[in-house]
Design a protein around this ligand. Structure first.
Ligand SMILES: [Zn+2]
Ligand SMILES: [Zn+2]
Length: 228
């Protein structure tokens, strides 16, 4: 099983964003735009939004992101408002990718997404995003303890399979590193079909949902699970 969101991957994203920003950000905003990138340097979701915005500037002219706000979040899927200098834009982000969802002012979300994020109606959604200032700020994953720092599911939700923070229900160790899968399956090496069998065994045993105490320590080498 492969861990997602490795440091290398984030570093690659940051480098790409920095190179895009050189062309997109107006001179007078360079410092503030850099600060935002620094704030979200370890946050895959935010970096994905920045990369998308600066790759395909929504108004096809120079602009920059001033802040990110969190419109809704559900099972590792985020609806984020990127507030630029004149307008704000909606992005749907998950580990599967990112989708541009138009200007926040249009306030449009299709029915499936309204249901998924549990908005009662299109009007309820429009009401929720009408005033940008009222939308809570998106917190970097290092700060928001209610999010798994690796796969970004919330407290009480199941990790994405392969998440390095997920705890093994048999030994209490790190599921991607312990030997329980071999013991449970009675094999020495994992094949593709073993992986499926293991998933079934895992479900049967009961997977351990994300809880804030599983968070690895970012600041030091203290206790906690190491994200690799
Ligand atoms: Zn996770
Ligand atoms: Zn184990």
């Amino acid at each position: 099983m492969q861990a997602r969101g490795t440091l290398d991957e984030l570093e690659k994203k940051r480098r790409h964003i920095r190179s895009l920003m050189r062309y997109a950000v107006p001179d007078e905003a360079t410092e503030d735009a850099d600060d935002l990138l620094l704030l979200f340097r370890d946050d895959r979701t935010a970096l994905t939004v920045l990369e998308e915005f600066y790759s395909f500037l929504p108004e096809a002219k120079n602009d920059w992101i001033k802040e990110l706000r969190l419109v809704a979040r559900q099972r590792g899927v985020f609806l984020i408002a990127a507030v630029a200098s004149e307008d704000a834009y909606l992005y749907l982000v998950s580990s599967e990718g990112i989708e541009f969802n138009g200007s926040l002012r249009e306030g449009w979300l299709d029915q499936d997404l309204l249901d998924f994020f549990e908005f009662e109606s299109a009007e309820a959604f429009q009401q929720a995003v009408k005033d940008t200032e009222q939308i809570p700020e998106y917190q970097p994953v290092q700060v928001d303890a209610n999010l798994c720092p690796a796969c970004q599911v919330a407290t009480g939700e199941l990790h994405e399979l392969g998440c390095p923070v997920e705890i093994c229900p048999w030994c209490g160790g790190q599921l991607i590193h312990c030997d329980c899968r071999f013991e449970q399956l009675g094999v020495d090496e994992m094949s593709e079909s073993d992986l499926l069998r293991f998933e079934a065994l895992l479900e049967e045993q009961g997977r351990v949902a994300y809880a804030p105490e599983q968070r690895p320590s970012f600041a030091d080498e203290g206790p906690g699970v190491e994200v690799d």
